[in-house]
Design a protein around this ligand. Structure first.
Ligand code: SAJ
Length: 434
């Protein structure tokens, strides 16, 4: 029997041993789904503390039931480990490691390369290797494949290689990974087919495309679509501000169009490790080929300008309500990058705090998800939202609209609120919106 048919049979009979490399918000849910469907799954991670937390069911990712994880470990269906040797015992290896940006906004695929080097060490005939980490087009063919070929094995003849973009939305109950269509793009037709067989065991709709580049680029289109449309709304907010028009009402009016329009919303800027970063992977690759991605660059510029705009508006408001030369005091409400998500990565709140301090304004923050925040190298504590505390501030800036803030209490007990998320839906005497 050919190695392809043998692997196909193992996948069919759920006898294929799977190794998920990287147990973060992408890898862990994937490992749990496959283990729950009867596969034996290794979870390979470089962090011993993360392995211990899994074994103690200590939650570190939203949207994953850690009791379910523990029961899979106890049933010996899921084995979290730091031991790379498990790569040699696996039939399928799925790489879900981070692809962050370096400080100077260039791709950092060092985690992908390190994981691939480890896979090469243990690579054997009949294995299917899938890269899920978001990266620039050609990463699978030009970075991963050459490293694996150093083993002396040949793609399609000896092993199978594929790219399949992750689409996990942490904590999104409406779209668990089993309900999110999966795109697979193999170096060879056989690789695509094997990946499609595998994912079809846990995901309803699996779409194979002609090569990894299409799959890599589809993922970047999905997130660049958001980056550009958010930037468009931010630009409308800047224009409407100058025109004295309420941009929130403009969007609600445009939404009444039943076709050909999709609402996004202005805000204090964009954060997270997807939307600000993924499109830069594409622009970086395009620039290497001599093409300037003006749309992506401009959208990134507009989105990254928003924190400065928010601070300028707050200063404007402060001037209108304060006369004394005493240092103004501002409270930032919500510092994570988006509502109800405990993640500070690229959060615009951090830029707003930095800009306010640069202007000599005293800044505190309040966010139940972030008990301590390093501001100017000092660990500051989240301010509790009591009546007396709120009264201390000349302005409360609503940056992240967590669902568990008592917005009426805040409004009634604050001198001034600057709302960057349209939580209040209208202006009050002491509430101004972006
Ligand atoms: N934001 C706006 N206005 C909007 C939407 C978002 O200012 O209209 C801001 C958010 O506050 C945040 C940033 O943009 O700071 C990114 O927000 P996001 O809703 O795009 O959320 P992310 O970064 O968690 O994006 C993820 C992505 N998921 C994956 O890459 C697998 C994205 O593809 C999803 O579409 C998105 O979640 C989602 O829809 O929640």
């Amino acid at each position: 029997m050919s190695i392809e048919r043998l692997l196909k049979k193992k996948i069919e009979e759920r006898k294929a041993k799977i190794c998920v490399v990287g147990l973060g918000y992408v890898g862990l849910p994937l490992a749990v789904e496959f283990a729950s469907k009867g596969y034996f799954v290794y979870g390979l991670d470089t962090s011993p503390s993360r392995i211990k937390r899994l074994e103690r069911a200590e939650q570190y990712i939203v949207g994953v039931d850690f009791k379910r994880v523990l029961s899979l470990i106890k049933k010996k269906k899921f084995l979290p480990t730091t031991g790379q040797n498990v790569l040699g015992n696996s039939d399928v290896i799925i790489v879900c490691v981070p692809t962050p940006l370096r400080k100077v906004k260039i791709p950092n695929i060092s985690y992908v390369s390190k994981a691939t080097q480890a896979i090469k060490k243990y690579l054997k005939k009949g294995q299917l290797i899938i890269l899920e980490s978001t990266s620039y087009p050609t990463t699978t063919r030009e970075i991963v494949l050459p490293i694996l070929k150093k083993s002396g094995l040949v793609e399609e003849k000896d092993f199978f290689l594929c790219f399949s973009p992750e689409r996990v939305n942490p904590g999104d109950k409406k779209f668990p990974i089993t309900k999110i269509s999966k795109v697979v793009g193999g170096l060879s037709f056989k690789s695509s087919e094997l990946a499609k067989d595998l994912y079809s065991k846990i995901i309803k709709n699996v779409v194979s495309v002609s090569n990894p580049e299409v799959a890599e680029t589809a993922k970047l289109l999905e997130n660049t679509f958001r980056l550009v449309n958010i930037a468009l709304e931010n630009e409308f907010a800047l224009v409407c501000d100058r025109l004295g028009i309420n941009v929130w009402e403009v969007i609600e009016a445009a939404k009444t169009k039943p076709f050909g329009f999709m609402p996004f919303y202005p805000g204090p800027g964009i954060g997270g490790h997807c939307i600000p970063c993924d499109p830069v992977y594409l622009s970086w690759k395009a620039k290497k080929l001599g093409f300037k991605t003006k749309m992506i660059d401009l959208a990134s510029y507009i989105n990254h300008f928003m924190p400065k705009f928010v601070v300028a508006k707050v200063e404007e408001q402060l001037k209108s309500v304060r006369s004394s030369e005493k240092k103004a005091k501002v409270l930032i409400l919500g510092v994570t990058y988006k509502k109800d998500v405990k993640d500070l990565r690229e959060s615009p709140a951090l830029d707003i705090i930095e800009e306010l301090k640069r202007k000599g304004i005293k800044v505190d923050y309040s966010d139940p998800l972030i008990p301590y925040l390093k501001i100017d190298q000092i660990d500051q504590k989240s301010t509790s939202l009591t009546r007396s505390n709120l009264r201390k501030y000349d302005c409360v800036v609503l940056v992240t609209d967590h669902s568990y803030f008592d917005y009426e209490f805040i409004r009634k007990n604050s001198k001034l609120v600057f709302d960057t998320r349209n939580v209040y839906k209208k202006d009050f005497d002491n509430v101004r919106r972006l």
